[in-house]
Design a protein around this ligand. Structure first.
Ligand SMILES: Cc1ncc(C[n+]2csc(CCOP(=O)(O)OP(=O)(O)O)c2C)c(N)n1
Ligand SMILES: [Mg+2]
Length: 385
């Protein structure tokens, strides 16, 4: 300790070093469809009429799937479920901007993205039943779901770097939440994407919450998009309830990434459902807030656009919903047919040869089942699959 401490500089300090602050950065929110139903015709994506309608059908599918899967969980037939309700424009708009060659790194809420890119509905249900086989994402060019939030971001960068070295005509695409942007892995990952000019798109669905924590309490930054600047990559902030704007934003990000500039997209949206089926949001947010966002419904906004363009008449919404319900029923039936797994597999799964500690746990477990066969009954009653 200094015996003779120097006095603190007098305040206000007279030095005049310039600061750079987030107030110096303008981060606009890109939008095409306004909440009042008007739209910017100059910015409309170059899609044919049928694709405009397909976007709508897929948004309906996301909503129906979320509703049905939530109910299925309530009946004890799924382990848990994370709904994308309110985020349909972000989920479907981004998925439409990707090619099947792009590698998807999902974060859990994007049923539609995985289904659009080749996963079967049966396997998606099996995933939510906890079947590790379903994490292979057969049929889709997709990694497993990043349950450990943000953990996929460095892997996305590595995958994208590999694509660059292979001269591939594709990008690695991460879906993540606003909460994931506060993990260390996120910062390490986007930092290296910038250093390596990796063709990566980091698509953040800012749904205003990380479970119960509101965005404002999670970061002092005004936006997620501005975080790109600290790493020398590009950012885009887009209205995440405007499917056409999201589509254009991700298309831009993808092209940008393939030209050597990784891009962080922030889709500003709202999680209208609970975090997962294990959560009760009434404990941390007001119903009035949810109602405000219900007025920004992404399906309604897009339906109005289709109606103004005369494209909606060819859609029979009831028939679309019925068809999706039937697909869902078939998927549940197919999932139910999946063979029961032996509970021993929990112990056998990870290592080729079971290590001593796991062997000990398995024999303890088998002894328990000998003593208490009723325990096995209980296990047998778990959701099938
Ligand atoms: C590394 C890590 N820390 C904590 C958790 C627990 N956790 C699960 S989801 C979640 C919040 C995720 O919020 P966000 O990234 O905004 O995604 P959202 O669920 O809102 O779509 C947290 C903290 C986790 N899964 N992984
Ligand atoms: Mg969130």
């Amino acid at each position: 300790m200094n015996e003779d401490p120097r006095p603190a500089p007098a305040r206000p300090i007279s030095a005049d070093a310039e600061t750079v602050s987030q107030d110096d950065v303008d981060v606009d929110t890109y939008r095409i469809l306004e909440p009042d139903g008007s739209y910017d015709a100059e910015r409309l994506p170059d899609l044919d009429d049928e694709t405009f309608r397909e976007l709508y059908r897929w948004m309906v599918l996301q909503r129906v799937f979320d509703n049905r899967a939530t109910k299925l969980q309530r009946r004890g037939k799924l382990g848990t479920y994370a709904s994308g309700r309110g985020q349909e424009a972000s989920i479907i708009g981004s998925a439409f901007a990707l090619s099947d060659q792009d590698r998807i790194f999902p974060y859990g809420r994007e049923a539609g993205t995985l289904l659009i890119h080749g996963l079967s509905m049966r396997d998606l249900l099996l995933y939510w039943r906890g079947l590790e086989d379903a994490s292979r994402m057969d049929g889709a060019n997709s990694f497993g779901v990043a349950i450990s939030i943000g953990s996929h971001v460095p892997v996305v960068t590595g995958t994208a770097w590999g694509m660059k070295l292979d001269d591939a005509d594709s990008v690695a695409f991460a879906n993540l939440g606003d909460g994931a942007t506060s993990t260390g892995a996120f910062h390490e990952g986007i930092n290296f994407a910038g250093v390596l000019d990796a063709p990566a798109v980091f698509f953040t669905q800012n749904n205003q919450y990380a479970i119960s924590l509101p965005f404002e309490e999670q970061t002092a930054a005004d936006t997620v998009a501005q975080k790109a600047l600290g790493y020398g990559i590009d950012g885009i902030r887009v209205d995440g309830n405007d499917v056409l704007a999201v589509y254009n934003a991700v298309l831009t990000a993808r092209e940008n990434a393939m030209d050597g500039t990784p891009t962080l997209v922030e889709a500003v949206t709202y999680r209208r459902a609970a975090h997962t089926t294990s959560d009760d949001p009434s404990r941390y947010r007001e119903r009035s807030e949810v109602e405000e966002w219900e007025k920004q419904d992404p399906l309604e906004r897009y339906r109005e656009f289709l109606q103004s363009e005369g494209l909606f008449e060819a859609i029979d919404e009831e028939a679309v919903r019925e068809e999706i319900d039937e697909m869902f029923d078939d998927a549940v039936a197919a999932a139910d047919e999946f063979a029961e797994r032996d509970v021993r597999e929990i112990f056998e799964h990870l290592h080729e040869e079971m290590p001593p500690e796991l062997r000990r746990q398995l024999s303890e477990y088998e002894e328990l089942l000998d003593e208490r066969p009723d325990m096995y009954e209980h296990i047998e009653q778990r959701p099938k699959g």
